[in-house]
Design a protein around this ligand. Structure first.
Ligand SMILES: *[C@@H]1O[C@H](CO)[C@@H](O)[C@H](O)[C@H]1NC(C)=O
Ligand SMILES: *[C@@H]1O[C@H](CO)[C@@H](O)[C@H](O)[C@H]1NC(C)=O
Ligand SMILES: *[C@@H]1O[C@H](CO)[C@@H](O)[C@H](O)[C@H]1NC(C)=O
Ligand SMILES: *[C@@H]1O[C@H](CO)[C@@H](O)[C@H](O)[C@H]1NC(C)=O
Ligand SMILES: *[C@@H]1O[C@H](CO)[C@@H](O)[C@H](O)[C@H]1NC(C)=O
Ligand SMILES: *[C@@H]1O[C@H](CO)[C@@H](O)[C@H](O)[C@H]1NC(C)=O
Ligand SMILES: [Cu+2]
Length: 573
C-alpha cells in the first residue's frame, strides 16, 4: 500500500489500530498543557543524599494523564545550569511528529541550559507509557515518569476494575551520572557496578549504618526515604496497577505478597490474560495487572522488586507496603519480605516472555512475510582499549547533527554514508565464547524502504567475561510484533522460522533478548522519520548498543527550527 502523502497514511495507521474508537477520541480531543522546570535538586530517595534531575522539583516527575486522541504539550525549561537535556516520550509513536521523539542526536539538538523547548504530540492509543531523559546517560540521574492514556468515555476495555494506581520501578546509584559515564569511557574501563538500591515510586531504603563514601551523607530524616505504602485497598475490590520499569541496568521481578496478578496489558496492547505470582519486567516495558484485595484484611502486605538476571547480591530488594483500609498505612507486615525467584533462572523468564500474546479480541494481524530481514548480533569489543558494544561490528556513536535534520536536508557529511550490515557471519560466530567481531565506532543508518515489512532477529552472544546477559530492546516510533524467543543461535536456513508466532503475536515497543538466545520481531516501516532502536540498559546504549532506522524521511513535513542549531545544522532555520 503506497499512499501519496503522509496525511492519509496517518489516518490509515490510526484507523487500522483503533477502529471506531478513534472517531470518538478525535471528537472531544483535548490539549493537555504541562510546564516543566528541569533542575538538579538534592534528593535522598533511599536516604543517601544526591543531586537528582527533577521535574518541577520532583523525581520521579509527575504522571501525565490524558485520554486517547488528546494532544500533549510539554514546555520544558532547562534549568540544569551546566547540562543539556532532551526528553523522550517512551511508547508514543509520534505519528506525523517525528521531531518530538526527544532523542538528542537522532531527532533533535539537545536543549541548552537556559533554553525552553516545546514538545507537542498526539497520544493516539490508550495504554501505559513513560517518559525519560534521552541525552547521554542523563536518565540515571532521575528524570523519569509515567504517561497514562485512558480510553475515551464509552469505550470498554476487555476487563474491569475499581481503581487504578501507577507503580514506577527504578534502580539507583549513589555515584553521579558523570562518574558513571567517565568510568564507562575510561581506559581501563570501569563498570557502573550494581545499584545501591531499588526504588518503587521513587522511594527505597539504603542501610545507612554501612560505611558510606566520604563524599556522601545519609539523611534518614529526609521525607524522601523509607518505606511507603504503595496504595490502600478496600477488601473485595479489584485494582489495576500500571507498572513501568525505567531501571538503568536491572531486570526485575515484582510481586505482592500473597496476591496473584493477572496481566492484561503490555506496552499499550491488551494481552491474553494470564496469572502470575511475580511479574518479570525489563527496562522500558510497561504492564498493567489486576490485583484483587482478597487476603486477610487485618494486616498489610509487602510489595517488592528484586533483581534477576545479574548476581546483585549486595543490592537489597525494593520494598513498599500494600495497605488494607483500616490498618495504619505504615504498619509493617508481620512477615519477612519475599525474596523473589533465583536470579540465575533464565528458563522461567523466557517462559513468561512466551506467555505474552495478544488478547483474542485485539489481535493485530502481522503481515505474512517480511520484505527484509536484519540479523543483528551483539558482541562486546575492545576498540583501542575501550570496551564497546557492537551490533554487526559497529558501535553506535550519536553524531553532532541529529539524523532527522541531516537526512531530511541532505547533510551527508553529518553521518556515516556506508550502510551497516544486514547480517553477520552467522555460522562462523561462536556465541558461547567471548568472540568479538572486528569492531568500529560509527554512525551508520539502516535505510528501510517506506511501507516495507522488516524482520529483526536479535542474536545474543557472550561478553568479554564469557557471560551472556539480558538486553531489553526498545524501538522508537513503532510497535512491533514479537514473533518469538529462542535458545542458542538462530538458524535462518533450518526450522527456526517455524518456531515463530504469526497467529496472535503481541505488539510491544520493548522486548527482552534473553541470555544465550535470540528474539525475533517484525514491524511495518510506515512511520516517516528517523528512529532509534537500542538496548534500554543505559550503560549499554552509552557503549554503542543501538542502531538507527530511516524510513520515508522525504515524506516528513517541514522540520521545526527548534530542533536545529547544532553540528552541521547551524545555518538551518
Ligand atoms: C545495616 O548495616 C549494619 C552494618 O553493616 C548491620 O549491622 C545492620 O544489621 C544492617 N541493618 C539492616 C537492617 O540490614
Ligand atoms: C535532612 O532532611 C531534612 C528534611 O529534608 C532537612 O530538614 C535536614 O536539614 C536534613 N539534614 C541534613 C543534615 O542535611
Ligand atoms: C553471587 O555473588 C555472591 C557475592 O559476590 C557470591 O557469594 C555468590 O556465590 C554468587 N552466586 C552465584 C550463584 O554465583
Ligand atoms: C543458580 O545458582 C545456584 C548457586 O550457584 C545453583 O545451585 C543453581 O543450579 C543455579 N540455577 C540455575 C538455573 O542455573
Ligand atoms: C565460555 O563459556 C562457555 C559456556 O557458555 C564454555 O563452554 C566455554 O568453555 C567458555 N570459554 C572460555 C574461554 O572460558
Ligand atoms: C578481522 O580482522 C582480522 C585482522 O585484520 C582479519 O584477518 C579478519 O579477516 C577480520 N575478520 C572479519 C570477520 O572481517
Ligand atoms: Cu544491553
Amino acid at each position: 500500500m503506497m499512499l501519496p502523502s503522509p496525511r492519509p497514511l496517518v489516518a490509515a495507521i490510526l484507523s487500522f489500530c483503533l477502529g471506531s474508537s478513534l472517531l470518538l477520541a478525535v471528537a472531544d480531543a483535548k490539549v493537555r498543557h504541562y510546564d516543566w522546570d528541569i533542575s538538579y535538586q538534592k534528593k535522598s530517595p533511599d536516604c543517601f543524599e544526591k543531586l537528582a534531575v527533577t521535574v518541577n522539583g520532583e523525581a520521579p516527575g509527575p504522571t501525565i494523564r490524558a485520554t486517547q486522541g488528546d494532544t500533549v504539550v510539554v514546555t520544558v525549561h532547562n534549568k540544569l545550569e551546566t547540562e543539556n537535556t532532551a526528553i523522550h516520550w517512551h511508547g508514543i509513536r509520534q505519528i506525523d511528529t517525528p521531531w518530538a521523539d526527544g532523542v538528542a542526536g537522532v531527532t533533535q539538538c539537545p536543549i541548552l541550559p537556559g533554553e525552553t523547548f516545546t514538545y507537542r504530540f498526539v497520544v493516539d492509543r490508550a495504554g501505559t507509557y513513560m517518559y525519560h531523559a534521552h541525552y547521554g546517560m542523563q536518565r540515571v540521574a532521575g528524570l523519569n515518569g509515567m504517561i497514562v492514556v485512558t480510553v475515551p468515555e464509552g469505550v470498554r476495555e476487555p476487563f474491569t476494575y475499581d481503581e487504578e494506581h501507577t507503580v514506577l520501578l527504578e534502580d539507583w546509584w549513589h555515584k553521579s551520572v558523570y562518574d558513571q559515564a567517565t568510568g564507562l569511557s575510561a581506559k581501563p574501563f570501569v563498570f557502573v557496578g550494581e545499584p545501591q538500591s531499588l526504588l518503587i515510586n521513587g522511594r527505597g531504603i539504603f542501610n545507612c549504618s554501612k560505611p558510606v563514601p566520604a563524599t556522601g551523607t545519609c539523611n534518614t530524616s529526609s521525607p524522601d526515604c523509607g518505606l511507603r505504602s504503595l496504595f490502600t485497598v478496600v477488601p473485595g475490590k479489584t485494582y489495576l496497577l500500571r507498572i513501568g520499569s525505567l531501571t538503568s541496568l536491572s531486570s526485575l521481578s515484582f510481586e505482592i505478597e500473597g496476591h496473584s496478578m493477572t496481566v492484561v496489558e503490555a506496552d499499550g496492547h491488551y494481552v491474553r490474560p494470564f496469572v502470575v505470582r511475580n511479574l518479570f519486567i525489563y527496562s522500558g516495558e510497561t504492564y498493567s495487572v489486576l490485583v484483587k484485595a482478597d487476603q486477610d484484611p487485618m494486616r498489610n502486605y509487602w510489595a517488592t522488586s528484586h533483581i534477576v538476571g545479574r548476581n546483585a547480591s549486595t543490592t537489597p530488594s525494593g520494598k513498599a507496603i500494600v495497605n488494607y483500609a483500616g490498618n495504619d498505612p505504615q504498619m509493617t507486615p508481620p512477615t519477612t519480605p519475599t525474596t523473589g525467584p533465583p536470579w540465575n533462572n533464565t528458563a522461567i523468564r523466557v517462559e513468561q516472555s512466551r506467555a505474552i500474546v495478544a488478547h483474542p479480541g485485539y489481535v493485530v494481524p502481522a503481515p505474512a512475510r517480511a520484505d527484509r530481514t536484519l540479523l543483528l548480533l551483539n558482541t562486546q569489543n575492545n576498540i583501542d582499549g575501550h570496551i564497546k558494544w557492537t551490533i554487526n561490528g559497529v558501535s553506535l556513536h550519536f553524531p553532532a547533527t541529529p539524523y532527522l535534520v541531516s537526512m531530511k536536508h541532505g547533510l551527508t557529511a553529518a553521518y556515516d554514508q556506508r550502510p551497516p550490515l544486514d547480517s553477520y557471519d552467522l555460522m562462523g560466530h561462536d556465541i558461547s565464547a567471548p568472540a568479538p567481531t572486528n569492531g568500529t565506532i560509527g554512525s551508520p543508518v539502516y535505510r528501510l524502504a517506506f511501507d516495507s515489512v522488516v524482520d529483526v532477529v536479535l542474536q545474543n552472544s557472550n561478553m568479554l567475561n564469557n557471560m551472556s546477559e539480558t538486553h531489553p530492546w526498545h524501538l522508537h516510533g513503532h510497535d512491533f510484533w514479537v514473533l518469538g524467543h529462542g535458545d542458542g543461535k538462530f538458524n535462518p536456513t533450518t526450522d527456526a522460522w517455524r518456531l515463530l508466532n504469526v497467529k496472535d503475536p503481541i505488539m510491544k515497543n520493548t522486548v527482552p533478548l534473553h541470555p544465550d538466545g535470540w528474539t525475533a520481531i517484525r514491524f511495518h516501516a510506515n512511520n516517516p522519520g528517523v528512529w532509534l532502536f537500542h538496548c534500554h540498559i543505559e550503560a549499554h546504549v552509552f557503549m554503542g548498543m543501538g542502531v538507527v532506522f530511516e524510513e520515508g524521511v522525504e515524506r516528513v513535513r517541514r522540520l521545526p527550527s527548534s530542533i536545529m542549531g547544532c553540528g552541521h545544522s547551524k545555518g538551518l532555520h
